[in-house]
Design a protein around this ligand. Sequence first.
Ligand code: CTP
Ligand code: MG
Length: 231
Amino acid sequence: MPLFALIPAAGSGTRLAGERPKQYAALAGKPMLWHAVRAICVPPVEHVFVVLAPEDRAFSRHDWSAFAGKLEPLYCGGATRRDSVYNGLVAAMAAVDADDWMLVHDAARPCLPEKDLESLIRETEADEVGGILALPVAETVKAVAKDEAGVQRIDRSEDRAQLWLAQTPQMFRAGLLAQALQRAKHPVTDEAGAIEQMGLKPRLVAGSRENLKVTYAEDLAIAAAILARRR
Ligand code: CTP
Ligand code: MG
């Protein structure tokens, strides 16, 4: 059964505020995107699509020879992550069947452990809907609202037992995912969000904190430390 992966990498990294787009931020001597590809480009994943901004000039300047024949850049990124994933899926459909599994992974998660990828695939392969890596929330969570003076105040405490943090990869059948992203009426920040809007309930597979999302500059140092420990 063929397995494909798609990495949206057409963002600009506003919150990281680096000198180049976040996917090309330097991490352990390589662009961050290289590490995200390395983490997902392992059997049984046969082929990895990377969705780039149409005006991307950085990708072709880096060395991708470690993934020769398995990595395919698609210059069709859009204005939002949803648009980039959807455009990439449409372009990939030339080589992918609607029933094939597609793993969507963020360029911003360069430390995905191999055992997490294995659990996701093992537990989701037989699922009717599909599944995602996620983590039970460890901290206490507060819902907040600003008072008249503009100060953030606690409105209430959430029941942490029912809250998980969504990670990537997120694994769905390519055809179902394309349909869900096309039809989504409300904004979505992940694939599962679009599938949920179809009334389906994706499976959660427990991941780990090592699979952190690099969002702010300080996250880069944590990612570098995780990668250094593995070498
Ligand atoms: N992404 C994309 N196309 C967009 C926006 C985001 O392909 N229009 C990708 C990013 O490149 C990243 C992933 O989606 O791999 C997750 O997005 P995020 O971490 O939010 O990255 P950015 O959008 O680049 O960062 P920011 O939100 O801080 O601007
Ligand atoms: Mg973003």
